[in-house]
Write a protein that binds this ligand. Structure first.
Ligand code: MN
Ligand code: MN
Length: 469
């Protein structure tokens, strides 16, 4: 639907007919989709954690003439700014030509993804093998994280207060890590368990070492020799001791980069599409916009996958603090500004998966290659915890997308009683800001290897670009 390239008869005029980009977009536009996907894969491969994504985003903003903003700074129309919240959450701000009294336009994506965090005291050895204990972050299906190569990312703050970066498993020649699983020859008991019970959180231990520490003569002279070997190697490389794990954020993520999927290369398989496939298009939209008519704030949030809590999550007051500070600079009542503001909650939704069609309701699903997906509401069961935007705001966004020839679709996550999910939408609308969910449809969401369409990624960019003007 949405573009008006094909004018048919009465059915065309009156009936809802969801078309794919192969019917709606020109071959020039399709070539641009392929190019955009290359830029996205470059960003994605360098943004596996919220810290790395923040770094990439700020690098891009710096290179595009944005400068760092602090609460209370003087601002004027045309300013392009960014606010760095603790290196894990960032805001790009374009101060518009029109008065801020008319409200602010917000695009809100998140840059954290499901993964396996190390526990505060993660290191142990058992029967000659060294392991890290993990505590999963976000909603994962545990069995998917076994027998795949894992990389270790994060930071460790040492006792002296200095912080060291860790990144092992991504560079050519790096070792990787792994969680083992049973061989089918011995899995008879496990095979009869329910899937939700066959794999436990405490079982997600990562194999990190299999040799003991030996002295200069090659002799084992100490106890806990495998653990000691791990700490010796880490101490040599990072100058850390075991207690430094207590003040660390180390996380295991799938090792390796994004792939094109399919002979035709129209899909991208990678870790962390949720929600970098929305974050990157919002970044490009605000960068490419130049000076804007409206004041635009693009937020790249942390902690969405665990409920948006914490100082770098969307439940933190920082977005509102920024809106209020900007309003005050122009002598406008911040509450008035918020009441006239609006938001696109930029997060992924489920793509209809022909291989699991029974959990989807076909008339209200998002399909690959049919464009960016709007969701009037999310939630579970009886729309529990949903933002559920108004018909008026859905109508406003719909008209805007049609005007800009964006290919889009409207969707629910899946069948009514099949499950459910949420986004940051409700944490923004609670401040009297009209908000709707919009994002790229994903197959295998939250898996170590998620799948999206290059076309939908690009249509998301066009949607955010239409909004960030
Ligand atoms: Mn998400
Ligand atoms: Mn998610």
């Amino acid at each position: 639907m949405s573009t008006e390239k094909k004018q048919g008869g009465l059915a065309e005029k009156l009936l809802y007919n969801n078309k794919s980009i192969f019917e709606l977009e020109s071959s020039d536009e399709r070539a641009r989709m392929m190019e955009f996907a290359e830029d996205y894969k470059y960003f994605l491969d360098r943004s596996k954690t919220e810290r790395e994504a923040t770094e990439q985003i700020i690098m891009t903003l710096d290179a595009s003439g944005f400068r760092e903003y602090h609460l209370g700074d003087k601002v004027k129309a045309g300013d392009r700014l960014y606010y760095n919240n603790r290196g894990k959450n960032v805001f790009a701000i374009s101060v518009g030509r029109e008065s801020i009294e008319n409200g602010v336009r917000i695009c809100a994506s998140h840059i954290d993804s499901p993964r396996l965090d190390l526990k505060p005291s993660p290191l142990f050895e058992a029967d000659g093998v060294g392991y890290f204990k993990t505590h999963y972050y976000g909603g994962i299906r545990k069995y998917q994280w076994t027998t795949i190569p894992l990389a270790l990312h994060g930071v460790v703050t040492r006792a002296d207060g200095t912080t060291v970066n860790v990144n092992v498993g991504e560079d050519k020649g790096d070792p990787v890590f792994c969680i083992s699983d049973l061989l089918p020859h011995l899995s008879k008991d496990q095979d009869t368990k329910k899937l939700s019970e066959a794999f436990s959180g405490e079982g997600l231990n990562i194999m990190i070492c299999s040799s003991p520490y030996t002295d200069e003569n090659g002799e084992i002279t100490e106890s806990d020799a495998v653990k000691l070997n791990v700490m010796k190697l880490l101490n040599d490389k990072y100058g850390i001791v075991e207690t430094d794990f207590l003040s660390a954020e180390l996380t295991a993520v799938p090792a390796g980069g994004a792939y094109d999927i399919g002979f035709d290369r129209w899909l991208i398989g990678a870790y962390g599409h949720d929600d970098k496939c929305c974050a990157y298009p919002t970044l490009r939209a605000v960068v490419d916009a130049g000076e804007t008519e409206h004041t635009v704030i693009v937020t790249f949030a942390d902690k969405e996958e665990t409920g948006s809590c914490g100082v770098t999550g969307m439940k933190s007051s920082i977005l509102i603090d920024i809106i209020d500070a900007l309003s005050e600079q122009f002598g406008v009542n911040p509450a008035l500004v918020r009441s006239r503001s609006c938001c696109l909650s930029a997060d992924v939704t489920a793509a209809f998966d022909p291989n699991y069609s029974d959990v989807f309701e076909k008339r209200n699903s998002a399909y690959l290659h049919r464009g960016v997906a709007l969701a009037k509401y999310t939630g579970a069961r009886g729309k529990s915890s949903t933002n559920d935007t108004s018909a008026e705001y859905a109508g406003f966004v719909r008209s805007m997308l049609d005007r800009e020839n964006v290919v889009w679709q409207m969707a629910e996550l899946g069948k009514v009683d099949a499950g459910g999910g949420g986004t940051v939408a409700m944490y923004i609308s609670q401040f009297n800001i009209d908000t709707i969910d919009i994002g790229v449809p994903v197959i295998s969401m939250h898996a170590p290897f998620e799948i999206i369409s290059k076309a939908d990624l690009y249509e998301a960019y066009k949607a955010f670009a239409a909004f960030c003007k």
